[in-house]
Design a protein around this ligand. Sequence first.
Ligand SMILES: [Zn+2]
Length: 232
Amino acid sequence: MNSTSAQHDTFVIERRLASSPARVFAAFADQKKKARWFGCVDGWEVAEHTLDFRVGGREVWRGGPPGDTPHRNDTYYHDIVPDERIVWSYAMQVAGMEGEPERLPAAKPPLDFHMAIDQATGIISGKWRDDSYPLPRFLWCNFTLTDSAMHEGGPHSEIAAASIRDSDARLGEILDAVERAGILDDTAFVLVADHGMEENDPAVNGDWDVPLKESGLTFRDEAYGFVYLGVS
Ligand SMILES: [Zn+2]
């Protein structure tokens, strides 16, 4: 049995470009302009670069070092607002995929794509992708959406509220799958979180240690919020 698993995480890349939004947009939308910066590695050959830049369209880039490992990049466009926004997802393959584009994973809009749910509900149902699974004795699902959204907008933002609604719906899908499997009464659910959040005043900062030392107290400062008085 060949099983693969996915680890999901979130990261943010910010770039400020010294150019107008229209020019930057054109650098993505126009194949000739995009070819000037996309997939160009010194010494690599480009075997194919086609760009169907519209919602639902696809971009294919194939190439690599001559006579060596072929690379392939398939990009799918999900949302386009001229000069403002481009939402896409892509699958990048290194070697072994030449002539087999149908094996590439069907791209779904990234906004509703969450492998944890597909995987968890599939495994609970007894089948996920091409493999069969026994009922799990322990299943762990990681939801990163609330953390990402609250870091992005703060704990009381609209995006934070939306992330809670979305995560709540995802939990509901798991509960439904457990119920369908007939094991709801035999299953214990444990819900844990990594950390909470509160809004603070960015102007108020500094270190506990300074006023505590000035006051002559004996203390040990282990980390934020963990100050032990009377010990050193
Ligand atoms: Zn966090």
